[in-house]
Design a binder for this molecule. Sequence first.
Ligand SMILES: [Fe+2]
Length: 192
Amino acid sequence: MDKLKKVEEIVKASCLTSKRFKAHKFQWAHVQSVRKFAIELAKKLNADIEIVDMAALLHDIGRVRYSHEDHEKTSAEDSEKILKELDYPNEFIKKVIRAVLTHRGSALPEPETTEEKIVACADAMSHFDNLLTLFYVYMRDFEKTPEEAREWTVGKIEKAWRKVCKIPEAKELLEEKYKAAKLIFADKIQWD
Ligand SMILES: [Fe+2]
């Protein structure tokens, strides 16, 4: 098995056996979606595809294994261990863990290189692949009403969109979907 396949197996197993989430399959689907967008942007921006793909694959591993809190740090630590064990070159590992560490818009440090910016942006872009899943999982796992989940999803959409807009090529890719999502989720849900 090649090394990338091995990392995929490790991340997939961590997602599917996570005790933290009922939405195990969603976690793995999220990772796939972040990788898809990261690779697409890397091609458009002439960035290093191997680095963004690996960082996208590993970016949430600490989140699924331990906790949402500080998961950029726990993900970076576990990424380093995994990549070292598989004998990846030090330079490659450094760039990947730095992109993992900077992937959260809300957490310091900020992304600096194109690869780091791409991974942070792709994470936000992936929300637009999964809006109905986000809505449903939030309602189910936090026992919210449909209207509460709608409001929360609207907040998610806006926050993700602000991150997406940091890269013009990403904005262009998702503008239509953002506008459509805003329209659909604008209608309040009358439940009781
Ligand atoms: Fe993520």
